[in-house]
Design a protein around this ligand. Structure first.
Ligand code: PLP
Length: 444
């Protein structure tokens, strides 16, 4: 092939050329098939080539593809904002549309700070996040992210935001056990707010289930209830970063419904359009909007492509597809089936240390020693090896290790489209088994 001019994630990496996709399968230009076991980057949640979505995109394109949001609103953008307010519980009734998850969390940060400014409080500028987290790649979003690998090159440019430990029970930051730990990791938030002073803290941000930095780390019961209580008590807004978990991935429209906790601000992305076009959103509660509506009445943010009518039409079609096909139930049921298969696999593959997550957002952490939970030495690059072997076998999985101080070692996310069938899960497991067998051989 002629020299490529495209900058790829790894400049010396080998990337097959995609030809087309159908359902949970992708086909490259050599007609090799891949099961999309990760929905790309946990994005293609209803599978590839769905006619209803392509139709919606085409119909909208025939009418209007682009308008500038400061000159016009559009029917699909209005309908989508209304639909999102209906599917979010509590008083989250406002939507600000952006184009990527990073923009959604960064906008959430800005709106949280503005919320306090509009009340004459100019000191509440810091956002607390968790160490082991990923909220995006732009500098504001990265400042809120506990992901060593993605931060280290830019640390001098980042805001020095505070962070607290993640609710990572497999390797408890307190070396304790749930429930006798009394949720020390949640209580740490209160200690951190006190240490810095609540007059400086605008918000706390968390992914309901930690994705890219942790491999689907889900918290113990009671964790978010405690977090919400601490936030409310200390006048700290609670931002749920549902970029990865939102719109059905965990078997609920929003993952926070799993704990019945209502956030003040929600960031959405990925599954919102299931990858058919780029779109993301920052959803804001009446409570957060009230002083802004009374005050300046303007959110000082936005992008040329914000609220793009084509993407809004796609997102409406994706949400309607999820509802019509009952994919929330499907995510829960097939998720349980997939989890059971992965747990069975752990009996034959001692390198599987932990299987975790919710619905169809599942993670596996790999260890050298199952009993001791000892991670593989870093130089073995086990995650990379697993990703490569899976790819060779025709299976896509998503890497989730965040560097030296992230998860204990190596982890992947398995998050196929919500439409995956039992038969396709069985095929996914066959391919995963075959990849792990080879990885085992290479490591021994
Ligand atoms: N927030 C979470 C939880 C994510 O998983 C991601 C991406 O992986 C982002 C934010 C950033 O989204 P994007 O890559 O669309 O900028």
């Amino acid at each position: 092939m002629e020299h490529s001019h495209l900058i790829k994630p790894l400049l010396d990496g080998v990337y097959p050329t995609i030809a087309y996709g159908k359902g949970v399968y992708l086909f490259d230009t050599n007609e090799k098939d891949y099961i999309d076991g990760s929905s790309g980057a946990v994005t293609a949640s209803i599978g590839h080539g769905v006619p209803e979505i392509i139709e919606a995109l085409y119909e909208q394109a025939k009418r209007i593809s682009f308008v500038y949001r400061a000159q016009f609103t559009s029917e699909p953008a209005e309908l989508l904002a209304k639909k999102l307010s209906e599917i979010t519980k509590g008083d989250v009734n406002w939507a600000f549309f952006v184009n990527s998850g990073s923009e959604a969390t960064e906008t959430a940060m800005k709106i949280a700070i503005q919320h306090w400014q509009e009340q004459g409080i100019y000191t509440k500028n810091k956002i607390i996040s968790r160490w082991i987290s990923y909220h995006g790649i732009t500098l504001g979003a990265l400042s809120m992210s506990g992901h060593v690998g993605r931060r280290e090159r830019f640390v001098p440019l980042l805001e020095d935001f505070p962070s607290v430990s993640a609710p990572y029970c497999y390797r408890c930051p307190y070396n304790d056990t749930y429930p006798s730990c009394n949720l020390l990791c949640a209580l740490e938030l209160e200690r951190e707010i006190k240490r810095i002073g609540k007059k400086y803290i605008a918000a706390f941000i968390a992914e309901p289930i930690i994705g890219a930095a942790g491999g689907a780390i889900d918290p113990p019961r009671g964790y978010y209830e405690k977090i919400k209580e601490i936030c409310e008590k200390n006048d700290v807004l609670f931002i749920a970063d549902e970029v990865m978990t939102g719109i059905g991935r965990t078997g609920k429209m929003l993952a926070m419904e799993n704990w019945n906790v209502a956030p003040d601000i929600v960031a959405l992305g990925k599954g919102m359009t299931a990858g058919y076009t780029p779109m993301a959103a920052t959803l804001v509660s009446d409570k957060v909007m009230a002083p802004i509506l009374k005050g300046s009445k303007i959110i000082m943010s936005g992008h040329t492509y914000s609220a793009n009518p084509q993407s809004a039409a796609v997102s409406l079609a994706v949400i309607s597809y999820i509802e019509k096909k009952d994919l929330l139930k499907q995510a829960e049921q097939i998720g349980d089936y997939l989890r059971t298969q992965l747990l069975t696999l752990a009996k034959d593959y001692p390198m599987i240390g932990d299987v975790r997550g919710k619905g169809l957002l599942l993670g596996i952490e790999f260890v050298e020693d199952q009993q001791q939970k000892r991670p593989f030495p870093k130089q073995f690059k086990v995650t990379t090896l697993i990703i490569q072997k899976c790819m060779e076998k025709g299976l896509l999985v998503y890497p989730a290790n965040s560097g030296d101080e992230g998860v204990g070692g190596d982890a992947i996310i398995i998050s196929p489209p919500l439409v995956i069938t039992k038969k396709e899960v069985d095929e996914l497991i066959i391919r995963l088994k075959s990849a792990l067998t080879e990885v085992n051989k290479e490591l021994n």
